[in-house]
Design a protein around this ligand. Structure first.
Ligand SMILES: [Cu+2]
Length: 328
C-alpha cells in the first residue's frame, strides 16, 4: 500500500517536474507544427552532469529517433525552436512554462549533417548565450515563452539536425547535478551555401563534469559565466547569439558578501556564511510539510524563493543548496 502510493506520486512527479522539451519549429514566424521534431525517450527529465550521463546517447537528441519529414529552410531564414514544460503544453497558466524559473543557465544551438545521426565529430556550434548584464539565457527564454530564434547559417544544401540545448545550473554548484536538456529538429536547407561541416565536436565528449561552465555556482554573484564547449564556429555563427536582455526580472538575490568574489568554483564554506548573514532565511520551508501543493521534484524553498513551500503528500521538502529546496 505504501509502496503503491509512493509509486503513484513518483509517476505524477515525473510528468509534473519543472523541466522542458523541444516541441515545434517555426520558419520566419510561421509554425510548422511538430514536423521534423524528434521526440525524446525520457519525457522532460534532465540529463545530469555526471560523467556517465554526459557521455550517454541521450546527449545526441535526448533519445529521440528519426521521424518522417523535415522543415525546409534557406540561409538567412529565422528558424524558431519552441520548447514547453509539458507535452502537450499546459499553457501560460503553468508557472513552470516553458521551464521553471529556477533553471537558470546557458542556451546553445548546434547543427550536424543528418546522415551522421549526431554521432562522432558531427556538431558545429552556431549560437550560444550565457549570462549578460545579470540576465541568464534561460531568463530571456522564459520571457520569450520558450522560443529560441536562430538565423539559418550559409550551409551547403542538404539535410541537417538542429539541436538546441539548455543547461540548468540551479544545482550546478555540485558535481554531477547540473541538468542538461536538448532536442533535435530535422531541417532541409534548400539554399546552397558555402559552409560544410568537416570536423565538428562530438557531443558525447564535449562536456566534462568539472568544466567551469558545468560545475558553476549561479548564486555567488558572478558577473560573467564561461559557456562550456567550443566557441561558436566562425562562419557558421549568426552573430551575437544573445537576444536582447529581458527587462529586469525577479532575479535571485546576489548576496553582497560575494560581490567581489571572482572565482566561480563553489565554496561550501562561503555559502554557509552567506546563509547566516542573509535575511532571506525566512523563505525556508517548514520542515516535514506533507499536504501541500508543490509537486514532487518542484521547488519548495530557498533564498529569494516566494512560491509555495509545502510538498504534496508522499514527498518532503529537502535542501539541495541554500537557494534551492526541492520536493523529493
Ligand atoms: Cu529540472
Amino acid at each position: 500500500m505504501k509502496t503503491a502510493t509512493f509509486l503513484a506520486f513518483a509517476a505524477i512527479g515525473k510528468l509534473a517536474a519543472a523541466h522542458a522539451t523541444f516541441q515545434e519549429m517555426l520558419v520566419n514566424g510561421k509554425s510548422q507544427g511538430s514536423t521534423g521534431v524528434r521526440g525524446t525517450s525520457d519525457q522532460n527529465n534532465p540529463i545530469l552532469s555526471t560523467a556517465a550521463d554526459l557521455a550517454s546517447d541521450m546527449m545526441i537528441c535526448k533519445g529521440g529517433s528519426k521521424v518522417a519529414g523535415s522543415v525546409s529552410v534557406a540561409s538567412g531564414d529565422k528558424l524558431t525552436l519552441q520548447w514547453h514544460h509539458n507535452n502537450p503544453s499546459s499553457g501560460a497558466g503553468d508557472a513552470d512554462e516553458p521551464i521553471a524559473a529556477s533553471h537558470r543557465g546557458p542556451i546553445i544551438v548546434w547543427v550536424a549533417k543528418a546522415e551522421t545521426e549526431g554521432k562522432g565529430n558531427a556538431w558545429v556550434k552556431i549560437q550560444q548565450s550565457g549570462l549578460s548584464g545579470g540576465t541568464w539565457a534561460v531568463d530571456t527564454f522564459r520571457s520569450n515563452a520558450g522560443k529560441i530564434d536562430v538565423t539559418v547559417p550559409d550551409l551547403a544544401a542538404g539535410d541537417y539536425l538542429i539541436r538546441s540545448e539548455i543547461i540548468a545550473l540551479h544545482e550546478g554548484d555540485r558535481a554531477g547535478k547540473a541538468q542538461l536538456y536538448n532536442g533535435c529538429g530535422q531541417i532541409k536547407v534548400t539554399s546552397n551555401g558555402k559552409k560544410t561541416i568537416t570536423n565538428g565536436a562530438n557531443i558525447q565528449s564535449v562536456y566534462k563534469t568539472d568544466d567551469a561552465g558545468i560545475l558553476f555556482n549561479i548564486y555567488g554573484g558572478a558577473s560573467s559565466y564561461p559557456i562550456p564547449g567550443p566557441a561558436v564556429d566562425a562562419g557558421f555563427g549568426t552573430g551575437s547569439a544573445a537576444p536582447a536582455p529581458a527587462p529586469v526580472t525577479s532575479a535571485a538575490p546576489k548576496p553582497t558578501t560575494t560581490k567581489a568574489a571572482a572565482p566561480v568554483v563553489p565554496k561550501p564554506t562561503t555559502l554557509a556564511t552567506i546563509v547566516k548573514t542573509s535575511t532571506a532565511a525566512a523563505a525556508y520551508p517548514t520542515k516535514g510539510s506533507s499536504t501541500g501543493s508543490v509537486a514532487r521534484w518542484g521547488q519548495c524553498g530557498g533564498i529569494g524563493y516566494t512560491g509555495a513551500t509545502a510538498c504534496v503528500a508522499g514527498s518532503t521538502c529537502q535542501k539541495q543548496n541554500d537557494w534551492y529546496f526541492q520536493c523529493l
